[in-house]
Write a protein that binds this ligand. Structure first.
Ligand code: FEO
Length: 397
């Protein structure tokens, strides 16, 4: 697909990447691929909003030149400098080197830092407008949604918000509209994207959305830079973001662990039985983090009111898979969640203390001192795990 009409003179001219399985290097799993959305607005003046990831630069610019002679583009808008949206700029600007590139001051730093080019940068701030000959683009800086250089822009007349990464998902679809795709898949990708990318910035997300809503601009369509375009009830995703930004939690307890010789796995399962025996309604999920997709696990942590983390002791430390997910959790700065720890041991038994320290540093509210069981749990050890779980069901509420 080279071009898809969205409304009046606005078209999608991006790239659907069905093959993508890893994003941000290897940091983010993309089970359903992604899209890099780029938009062309052909009013009296012609504006291009964002481009695509570098590996598709040539294909993108060739396609774009089939849609419009490139010298007819008056303005290039770079809402965000990250390379999945700016990667085709070098190829594009090689062909139209003098055209102005509109971005934030931080956008200039980011684009210059990556591509080492002195393009005709035009720095914009919140409230600045670009006249397209009747309709206007209004710029809104959106720092830390999710980079310091991020911004939105809004097209008057057509009432379209171009939100860049905000409200996006890594979700490849030829439909490209929110009302046409599988709703469960869509919302699963939305919450995963929020949990893994936007969680650290939740206080700013809530604030920025309220600031944009206060502008009282009618929004008929939200054009994101990844995944579907929100044309049916676009406020639904905005409301979801407000909900997710406010220390979101469901009635879920997630148990994360790794195990060497099954002792810690047995503990995890009996802790889960204990929790369920005290609370039939709570959704208890278990993940051996060494066998699970990291980003899917993070999404489950995001949905949880509490987590229980387990590792046996190895070399006076914890297993690396658990250490790795705890490092990820620390960076994401979840708010308003509780945590407890457990682990089996054979000799020195430091794991629970180390797990507690990690989680305290990550601002989880710790409950109890954790549970240690020597060697593989026997009948008494299993009883302790079960009772530990029973107590946790109340403590993690
Ligand atoms: Fe989709 Fe922050 O780039």
């Amino acid at each position: 697909m080279k071009k898809m009409s969205i409304k009046n003179n606005v078209s999608w001219v991006g790239k659907i990447d069905w093959e993508l399985r890893r994003f941000h290097g290897n940091e983010y799993s993309t089970h359903r691929g992604s899209t890099y959305n780029s938009y062309l607005i052909k009013e009296n003046k012609v504006a291009l909003i964002d481009t695509v990831w570098g590996p598709f630069a040539r294909e993108y610019v060739d396609n774009l030149s089939a849609v419009i002679p490139l010298d007819q583009i008056d303005y290039v808008i770079a809402n965000h400098g990250e390379t999945d949206h700016s990667g085709a700029l070098p190829e594009l600007m090689r062909r139209i080197p003098d055209k102005p590139v509109y971005c934030t001051a931080n956008g200039v730093k980011s684009l210059k830092g990556q591509y080492h080019q002195n393009w005709n940068f035009q720095v914009v701030k919140t409230g600045d407008q670009l006249d397209l000959g009747g309709k206007k683009l209004i710029f809104v800086e959106a720092p830390m949604l999710h980079w310091p250089d991020s911004m939105f822009c809004y097209l008057t007349g057509d009432n379209i918000l171009f939100s860049n990464d905000a409200f996006g998902q890594h979700y490849a679809s030829e439909y490209l509209y929110n009302d046409l795709v599988d709703q469960e898949e869509l919302m699963a990708e939305c919450i995963k994207y929020y949990a893994n990318i936007l969680t650290p910035f939740s206080p700013l997300v809530g604030k920025k959305i309220k600031e944009v809503l206060a502008l009282n601009l009618p929004v008929d369509i939200i054009c994101t830079s990844h995944g579907v375009i929100w044309r049916s009830n676009p406020t639904r995703i905005v409301e979801k973001y407000l909900e997710w930004a406010a220390n979101y939690k469901e009635n879920q307890i997630t148990i994360l662990y790794d195990t060497m010789w099954e002792g810690t796995r047995i503990m995890a399962e009996h802790i889960a039985h204990g929790i369920k025996s005290s609370d039939q309604d709570v959704n208890v999920k278990l993940f051996n983090v060494s066998k699970s997709d990291k980003n899917d696990v993070i999404t489950e942590v995001f949905k949880s009111k509490g987590i229980v983390v387990g590792s046996p002791t190895i070399n006076r430390g914890i297993l690396t898979a658990v250490a790795s997910i705890l490092e990820e959790i620390k960076g994401l700065r979840f708010g308003g969640k509780k945590a407890a720890v457990f682990g089996s041991y054979g000799w020195s038994g430091e794991s629970t203390k180390i797990l507690s320290e990690h989680l305290e540093q990550s601002e989880f509210q710790m409950v109890g001192d954790g549970l240690r069981v020597l060697w593989n749990p026997d009948e008494e050890g299993i009883r302790q795990c079960f009772e530990f779980g029973q107590k946790l069901s109340g403590q993690l509420a």
